[in-house]
Structure formats: structure tokens, C-alpha cells
Design a protein around this ligand. Sequence first.
Ligand code: CA
Length: 217
Amino acid sequence: MRVLLVEDDEPIAESLTRGLSRYGFEVTWVRTGAEALVAGDFSMVLVDLGLPDVDGLDVCRELRARGDVPIIVISARSDEVDRVVGLEIGADDYVTKPFGVREVVARMRAVLRRVQPARKEPEAAHGRVRIDRRGRRVHLDGGEVELTPKEFDLLAFLAEDPGAVFTREQIMEAVWDAHWFGPTKTLDVHVGVLRRKLGDAASLETVRGVGFRLVLT
Ligand code: CA
């Protein structure tokens, strides 16, 4: 998933870019509001409020005027007023520095879960499989598929970008929320179960030496 990071603080931007890429996000980093507004289309935007050229809130306002891209404000200001203003002008969430990458990822996922049902065609993208992220339920040809929480998380994660290859490490970090250096047998077991439960409505393809991709038919 393509993410635009608007942040002038280099150490923060670098560590966030590195951290988010470990979670499978493809980050484009710009330092100014002016660059942000000509950067093109992204699936999500993270905006620092203290930018060298313009106020980050103005960047949010402009992005919101143009469309419904999810926006998370990142700021050194812990001021409640900024938070409220940020949310009022259309930001979807807010994180205050200092923050950990994991916290940012959690916010990003929460925002995506909130916005996806409203902003995406609910069924078109997924063919016969319908994933209700808010209700954490999955339907196949209209009937509910019983999934364990981890099976659901795995399917929901892969379905964030159908057709894209996710590495084992990305999946383990995202779904099991752990830095993972050991064997990933648990992952294979869950993939096997999902294959069985989804049948020919979805194919979880093994990409040798890399990871998995989900193709929904
Ligand atoms: Ca700044």
C-alpha cells in the first residue's frame, strides 16, 4: 500500500520510512507541504503539522478538499486544540511525537478499517469473498465462514492489497505482531486452513523464497 509521509524531520522520517516498509507499506517521503500537494495519489497520507513552508493543517485541508484519502496527523504539539482542529478539518486520526512505529501502524490499520467499508465498493474488489473488517466477519457466496481471530487477521492483511506479494516477515509482524526471525510454521498452518475454508473463491499463492499473495476470484 502506497503511503505519503510529509515530514521535515529527517531522523523521524527515516525511521518511520524504514519501520513502515517492514510492515509492507511503500513510503514516499517529502519534506514540505508544497511537495506533498504535487506528489500524486496515495492510499494514505501521514502529515506532520510543523512543516517548513506551510502549516500541516493547511495541507490536510487541501488534501481533504481534493478527495477522501485517509489522513493521519503527526505532531510534536500535544495541544488538544490541534488535535480537535486536525480531526475537524478532516484528518482521520492523530499521533503525537514521540511515537513508536508499531503505534503508527496500529493507527493506520484502525483508520483503514474505519474508512474502507464506507469508501470502497464493499464487494466488488473481493469477488465471492466479502470481508467485514469492522465486524470481523467473512462471507463466502453469502454464507459466513468461521475463522479464528488469527485466520481473520491473516486474510484481512493479505486482502489489503490483493495480488501483492507479502514476505513472511511482513506477515508475521503484521498479523502476529512480533519481530520474527525463526521458523514460520504457524503461518503455513494458517495459510493451509484458509485455503481449505475459502476453497476456489480465493487462492493463497506461495511465492517461493519470498512469501504469499492472495488472489480473490
Ligand atoms: Ca516538523
